[in-house]
Design a protein around this ligand. Structure first.
Ligand code: ADE
Ligand code: ZN
Length: 323
């Protein structure tokens, strides 16, 4: 079944996207030339990718850089039908000027009709002594909805992050750590027990433990999956081997997302097309995937209702005959 021609107008949310990883390649080139720093281009797995990612943040250091990345992201995803996005920001990666990134988000809401919220992205590589400081630094960010945890996974314990996640939850933030990307089901299990996630970023390697998959489905723990990222970082050898279908068939609530589109040469409509092929989706299947992205989001209920109704219009609307 071919994808509907109007897939880009299907209203959707993006739930797994890193702010620094959303930078347009041309913008990163420009920052890199300005600072006279070249960013290595080669990566083969999560560890080598994270090194490259950290080096890219070393050129995002001038007033206005973050603002520009957010505005350009909003412009780009508007064309992919995104109505709501949660951008994970890694404030502790270096001495940067994180000026006005949330004001840019406000402007994006007004100008592009894309509502942007932020996730505080802690990293498993971060010195443990600064975790609470990183949380405190975001106290006045009005649009922060969650706390996350990324970076290399295999060989890193979650225990040092338990207290800061608990404090974040007490402050009303939701929990959305990465797990089950380059480490297996034990890592997902550990995150479930220690960080009380409302949503897991990736989680795809849960598929290696059927009991865990059943639990994720039963508890409706959302998995924010990123097929192209998984391919680029060697989590799967080919898209045909991606476990999306197994998770979907088991009733796990999944969405598809781009993770770091500026590095992986992908876009959200493309990820929907990949899912459409792997899951053999018809028009209502695509609508279900988009509804999942709303259900797994931390958007206010009123906005969720509004977008769900727009999805229904897309599903049953004038374009229906084409898909
Ligand atoms: N930071 C940016 N992208 C990431 C990913 N795919 N996994 C873990 N940390 C990340
Ligand atoms: Zn990620």
């Amino acid at each position: 079944m071919s994808a509907p021609a109007d897939l880009a107008t299907l209203p959707k949310a993006e739930l797994h996207i890193h702010l620094e990883g959303a930078v347009r390649p041309a913008t990163l080139e420009e920052f890199s030339a300005r600072e006279g720093v070249s960013i290595p281009r080669d990566f083969t797995d999560l560890n080598s990718f994270v090194e490259r990612y950290v080096s890219a943040t070393q050129v995002m250091i001038r007033p206005g850089d973050y603002r520009r990345i957010v505005s350009e992201y909003a412009e780009d995803v508007k064309r992919a039908g995104v109505r709501y996005a949660e951008l994970e920001i890694s404030p502790a990666l270096g001495p940067r000027t994180l000026d006005s990134f949330y004001e840019a988000a406000e402007a994006a809401s007004d100008e592009q009709d894309v509502v942007i919220r932020f996730v505080l992205g802690l990293g498993r590589l971060m010195p443990h002594g600064i975790l609470h400081q990183a949380l405190d630094a975001t106290r006045n960010v009005p649009s922060l909805v969650a706390i996350g945890l990324g970076g290399p996974e295999e060989g890193f314990a979650n225990e040092p992050f338990v207290e800061v996640f608990a404090e974040a939850r007490r402050r009303g933030l939701r929990s959305a750590p990465h797990a089950g990307e380059n480490a297996g089901p034990a890592s997902v299990r550990d995150v479930l027990d220690s960080l009380k996630p409302d949503r897991i970023q990736h989680g795809v390697r849960s598929v290696e433990d059927p009991e865990l998959v059943r639990e994720l489905a039963e508890r409706q723990i959302h998995l924010a999956v990123c097929p192209t990222s998984n391919l680029r970082l060697g989590v799967v050898e080919s898209l045909d081997e991606h476990p999306l279908q197994e998770l979907w068939a088991a009733g796990v609530q999944i969405s598809v997302n781009t993770d770091d589109p500026g590095f992986f040469d992908c876009d959200l409509v493309g990820e929907y097309e990949i899912a459409g092929r792997l899951l053999d989706l018809d028009r209502s299947g695509y609508a279900r995937l988009a509804r999942n992205s709303i259900d797994g989001s931390f958007a206010p209920e009123e906005l969720k209702r509004e977008i769900r109704s727009e999805i229904e219009t897309w599903e049953t609307g004038a374009g229906a005959a084409r898909g």
